[in-house]
Design a protein around this ligand. Structure first.
Ligand code: SME
Length: 162
């Protein structure tokens, strides 16, 4: 796909995310809708899911929420494990172009080649994250990162307004 096609695709998906945000009655409904949207429309997004920090857990742990894609053995991830743990504990987006060369990576599927994990904030604190795996190496460009961060922000704002 040439860049201009990808740009317009991403713009279309971003607008659809806005529509889903308006239609969703709860943050939970929005999260489910975003997993469906991203996995269906973004062809390289093979696994799309949310991990949310368990309320009151000590030590903190990420718990798998809505997802689309293959079942994963990683339903609970401590913050000192995985790319998921790294994103939640640093509060920064993590993009891994080649998961086989990242020692933090917790394997879900042998087919996964690259991954992006974007934290979700409520009142400046990480409450969870949006995790996407791809069967293609280096699937997540700067534009993908902006799209996934946009979706994570929509969820953060919905959670903040509860
Ligand atoms: N690969 C993640 C674990 C979750 S699966 O991708 C669904 C990680 O390394 O944290």
């Amino acid at each position: 796909m040439v860049t201009t096609e990808k740009t317009s695709k991403i713009e279309e998906v971003r607008k659809e995310a806005d529509r889903l945000n308006s239609a969703a009655e709860t943050a939970d409904q929005l999260m489910k809708a975003i997993t469906l949207l991203l996995q269906e429309k973004m062809l390289k997004y093979n696994w799309v899911g949310f991990y949310m920090l368990e309320a009151g857990a000590s030590p903190p742990v990420l718990v798998l929420g809505h997802y689309q894609g293959a079942m994963t053995p990683h339903t609970r991830i401590p913050l000192n494990q995985g790319i998921c743990g790294a994103a939640a504990s640093s509060g920064k987006t993590v993009v891994v172009d080649d998961v086989s060369s990242d020692q933090r990576y917790l394997a879900c599927s042998l087919e996964t080649k690259s991954e992006i994990v974007v934290p979700i904030f409520v009142s400046g604190k990480v409450v969870g994250e949006l995790d996407i795996d791809s069967h293609f190496p280096s699937a997540f460009t700067f534009e993908d990162r902006e799209l996934v961060e946009y979706c994570a922000q929509l969820v953060g704002k919905r959670l903040e307004s509860v």
